[in-house]
Design a protein around this ligand. Sequence first.
Ligand SMILES: Nc1nc2c(ncn2[C@@H]2O[C@H](COP(=O)(O)OP(=O)(O)OP(=O)(O)O)[C@@H](O)[C@H]2O)c(=O)[nH]1
Ligand SMILES: [Mg+2]
Ligand SMILES: [Zn+2]
Length: 282
Amino acid sequence: MKLGVVLRVLGDRAQVRSGEEILSLRPKGVLRDGGLLAGDEVEISGEHITKVRPRRNELGRPPVANASLLLVVATLRDPAVQPSDVDRLLLQAAAVGLPAVLVLNKSDLATAEQLCEFAAPYRAAGYAVVETEAICREGVAQVRGALPQGLAVLAGPSGVGKSSLLTALTDIAVEVGAISARLRRGRHTTRSATLYELGEGRLVADTPGFSALELPLVQPWRLRDLYPEFGGRECRFSDCVHRAEPDCGVRDAVDRGLIDQGRYERYLRFLAEIEGRPPQWH
Ligand SMILES: Nc1nc2c(ncn2[C@@H]2O[C@H](COP(=O)(O)OP(=O)(O)OP(=O)(O)O)[C@@H](O)[C@H]2O)c(=O)[nH]1
Ligand SMILES: [Mg+2]
Ligand SMILES: [Zn+2]
């Protein structure tokens, strides 16, 4: 029996790194129907993947297993960032205990002031924020410096420059797509999550852009635990969800400008969204 790491799943085949080899293998049985993710550690027998090792974590969107870091990529322009998309990705990472870094790419298309203003609430929440210009590799060394051992996953909407960043980080040329001139959005150039090797036990995954994002599967009252800036605030009730309860330390911090108003308002919207899901989805 050999061991390997799934670099990419394509139809009924998976590309797997095993030792010095890259193999094209067939998943067996249940693994064939979506049971296998890029990042999975697998057991190999002959031409077949016979077993998936237990996952340390698993992201839904993008579909990747065993990540060590999530790189949330956003751009102020082309496409214009939706802060709720950024928040949803950060929540997904927090829900599986994964650290996250916010990468503001296309820094050439925004002023330093605009970048600072967008980054401020995230920096205040405790997230590292890196500004990059992938095409001329500005800021890319800083991203590389943030990469841990294991797998870092590039995630974010289509057209923000995930594949461009992958190329800047690894020198591996991957397909990059033009932004639609009319819609100012990407065209979903990258089609499947793929792992690339940086050496020294570090890997980076390029993933397809997405247009709608799920909130993590958590109980409504657990959502608050996924916001680092809510930590350490004193509330009268220990089960306070920081909405309408009296003596709420989080609302107080929002009123005093210590927690970003926008992040808080989106939190309330997400809370209502989770409460509105059928109970088995919590
Ligand atoms: N101005 C500017 N353009 C950039 C930068 N980085 C990438 N681009 C351009 O943005 C467009 C989209 O880049 P991609 O790397 O394909 O974006 P992506 O996030 O991989 O998109 P999908 O694969 O569709 O999810 C391309 O035309 C890139 O040349 C940057 O820092 N500045
Ligand atoms: Mg891409
Ligand atoms: Zn509270």
